[in-house]
Design a protein. Structure first.
Length: 248
């Protein structure tokens, strides 16, 4: 029995900025749609052209690459808008995850929207979603913080202001400052449950659960490698969960 042919995918639309999510570690997390957009676009705008070049080569894709990053994003935005107005199809990617989430991209999108250009998301991997959904903490209401400021006073003020925010708080942190962040959480949110997710989707993915004080002791006894997603449960959440559910 013959099967009907698979429906043809519509071609990319000229003058569109495609926001393409890329894997946060495991290359199997690239979507079929993301690969099609990367193959069919005119140019790929990349946070790091070397990193994205490796990704494209892995999937056998050859495309012109343009760099954009924190310090040239405003200038590049004007160039991208000009290309979009000429009908080019641009795929915007960051080193990992969804563009604009604690990564460059927001300025480019804002400029494209302000210029009346079409913007289309191509969803995929996102460390925020991966960490939150597997944390075991409430997901019905959450607040994404991203990276805290570098200065101690600004960090303390930010954490104090966030204490009144309902729902789960989600932070990003580097391995070099994770102990500092957990120490600050022990002061600001000593009784709240905290989940540390490290190396998400990678070979050495790891989950640590407990109070800030418990996690600080664990961090001090083990090597700290890889980026972290840090989830902090709402006030009162710790008392509602049996102790065995808070540690691994």
């Amino acid at each position: 029995m013959d099967h009907p042919p698979a429906p043809a995918h519509p071609p990319l639309i000229p003058g569109t900025l495609y926001l393409v999510a890329t894997p946060i570690g495991n290359l199997e997390d690239i979507t079929l749609r993301a690969l099609r957009v990367l193959r069919e676009c005119d140019v790929v705008a990349a946070e790091d052209t070397r990193h994205t070049g490796q990704l494209l080569r892995h999937f056998g894709i050859t495309k012109p690459l343009l760099s954009y990053f924190k310090f040239n994003e405003a200038r590049r935005s004007a160039e991208f808008v000009g290309r979009l107005r000429r009908g080019e199809k641009i795929a915007l990617v960051t080193d990992a995850g969804s563009p604009g989430i604690s990564d460059p991209g927001q300025r480019v999108v804002a400029a494209a929207v302000a210029a009346g250009c079409r913007v289309e998301p191509v969803p995929g991997a996102c460390a925020l979603v991966a960490g939150l959904t597997a944390s075991g903490l409430p997901t019905d209401e959450f607040h994404f913080v991203g990276f805290l400021p570098h200065k101690s006073g600004q960090r303390a003020n930010r954490l104090a202001a966030l204490a009144a925010v309902p729902g789960t708080l989600v932070f990003y942190e580097s391995p070099f400052r994770i102990e500092r962040l957990v120490t600050e959480l022990a002061t600001a949110y000593s009784t709240r449950p905290v989940v540390l997710a490290r190396e998400l989707s990678k070979k050495f993915e790891e989950w640590l659960r407990g109070t800030p004080a418990e996690l600080l002791a664990q961090l001090q006894a083990r090597p700290r490698k890889g980026e972290f997603v840090v989830c902090v449960g709402p006030a009162g959440e710790l008392a509602e969960r049996p102790p065995e559910e808070l540690t691994e």
